[in-house]
Write a protein that binds this ligand. Sequence first.
Ligand SMILES: Cc1cc2nc3c(=O)[nH]c(=O)nc-3n(C[C@H](O)[C@H](O)[C@H](O)COP(=O)(O)OP(=O)(O)OC[C@H]3O[C@@H](n4cnc5c(N)ncnc54)[C@H](O)[C@@H]3O)c2cc1C
Length: 462
Amino acid sequence: MDSKDIHVIVIGAGITGLLTCQALKKAGIKYSIFEKEQSLNVRSNEWTMAIHWSLPLLKEIVPADVFAKMDAIACNPVLGIHSGLYPIIKGETGELIMGVPYENGLRVPRSKMRAVAATGIEVQYGKLLTDLAFNESGDGVVATFSDGTLVPATMIIGADGPKSRVREFAMGSAEEAAVTRFSIFHTNMTVCYGDAEKALFVRKQYPTSYLALSEQSFHAFQSISSMPDGPDHPETWKFHMAMAWLGEVDNSLDYKARLALIKERAAGLGEPAHSAFMWLPDDTEVHKADISYWISQPWDNRRGRMTLVGDAAHPMPPYRGQGLNHCINDVWHLSKGLTEMLSGASGEPAAATADAQKLTLAEVVTRYEAEMVPRGAEEVRCSVENGYMLHDWKKIQQSPVFNRGFKPMDGHGGAAAAAGPVKPNAAPNGVVEENPLSEHAQVQLRRDAELAAAAETATASA
Ligand SMILES: Cc1cc2nc3c(=O)[nH]c(=O)nc-3n(C[C@H](O)[C@H](O)[C@H](O)COP(=O)(O)OP(=O)(O)OC[C@H]3O[C@@H](n4cnc5c(N)ncnc54)[C@H](O)[C@@H]3O)c2cc1C
């Protein structure tokens, strides 16, 4: 197959979709990328992400001038790409429990990473994928969008995130593709203290980020997110803050009520987390993240005409910092296969090497999925297990992040297949318990109920 014969549709302009287009563009493959939102970074919800083991792969995917921007978009541009130890501290005392090693990594804000990944990529916005049809000839696919547009192509790549529509087509039904909710109340905030002394104080000990684990089984996270006017203007620094605890999510709570829950917990913390959270301004927008997962499993790729990358293929809880690293790994594997198909095995253009082993699209996509599905399944399982353990003080020391750090899992061959699918409401390792919440999570739930009752009484008597 020649590159001019291929047209790839990419659904979703998140980081994975945009990186996929970077790789396709580099390989000279025609692509069209569609995003349901009206613009990039349209939502105010922001978070920061650590890229570590996948950084060398990212370097191969994007053009050199795009990779060169990575240092500048780092949350801590003073450090840029660097090696170090990620501090996990005890919330109540601020003392270091352990430093998780990473080599040549960096932490980036999602909005800036997305903007860099979009360099030179023309995205078609306001395009919600609604339907897919496969030509009976065995070649080609037609995507339908909510505005009625029909787009034919050689293949479609679903990079449409955790609740992927493409995954529903791949799995054959919405039920088979449905995510399982991870029972956690996870909040994300961006804050600027507007006060140089406060900003300097909260990052004195841990200049980029830290994860504080509380004896009360919740986590408090802080990272510098950006320095809009540079390192010499701490009054303008922005921070990404997160706090999360296991339990049911009360969807009726507004920003103010969520902030009250956060400060109630932060009151018992030591420095630096105590001040970092107690100083959150009253008008802080406390966003709730829907944390969910889907254990990757094989699908019918329709002779290579449909596949998944990124969170669409393996949505997972974020507490071992693996999601984006696997997204990058997916793009690297898939684009390598497509490039090989177009080049012939020898690396020469296929047309020029009559004896070159000619890979078909079906072979390339099947080979990609054979590597990705078990890897994704294993990592999702591990991240679910890690998520439960990190939010249960009695178990943190046994958690994967304590024992394995940020290293990717490497036993995915048999492990994932043998384990089978995790059932909804199942605890880690697929063991179904009567109540999947830990003792601590149940305490948290009772405290939330008490707080809600107290708030209602206060409102009634006002
Ligand atoms: C709080 C938090 C912290 C994290 N920290 C880390 C970390 O430290 N390290 C790490 O590696 N990972 C981390 N992650 C995970 C990482 O953020 C994700 O793995 C990654 O951003 C997924 O990108 P994506 O492009 O695959 O999906 P998304 O960002 O979800 O993008 C999907 C896109 O598809 C669009 N879309 C959806 N449906 C359709 C449709 N039908 N038609 C058209 N468009 C559609 C959406 O609008 C969206 O723009 C973290 C995640 C969270 C929530």
